[in-house]
Write a protein that binds this ligand. Sequence first.
Ligand code: C5P
Length: 206
Amino acid sequence: MIIAIDGPAASGKGTLGKRLAHHYGYRHLDTGVIYRAVAKALLDAGADLTDEARAVAVAMELDPEKFGNPALKTQMVGEAASVVSAIPRVREALVNFQRQFAADPPGAVLDGRDIGTVICPNADVKIFVIADPKVRARRRTLEARARGEEADEALVLADILKRDERDQNRAIAPLKAAPDAYLLDNSHLDIEGGVRAAIDIVEAVR
Ligand code: C5P
């Protein structure tokens, strides 16, 4: 059983993915952290984010044990991830790891931008999560402040819109709903409401 969750920045797909995986006893992969890990390694090395050869080399040597690093969660790393993720060879280098994760038993929930379209086009259930950009900016701002970071909501909104624009318009694996994805708008739902709506979708197709 493979559940694919895609959606724009700060739509709540990561939290939803984690909760769904927990509910069904499946493994969960937040694929955004993979691109974030590549971006952070380049930033730490002072390398150019558009240095293709270097980015591909970093992508091939990633250590999944480090995907839980809280330093990957910052706005700056997210923005940098959106730049490196537009490099086709970086994406290619990361496909096998994601497909292998999805295939291992007993089942998996993967969330990202291209899970239902490119990584797991045959996923059993595809959910495309959306939320009003202002709602997403508000949530991200509160999350950042809860981590002790300073966050200006207007700047967070601008960053989210810029990232969505880049993710939607890139030539390779752009952010878009698969034709067979269920649309889940959680603008007016809290986390529990979003989880319940997603479980209803999964149960309807299971
Ligand atoms: O979801 P998250 O904000 O952690 O993703 C960071 C960036 O990584 C996204 O803006 C996007 O450019 C990229 N990404 C991607 N494909 C995925 C997941 C994330 O291109 N499956």
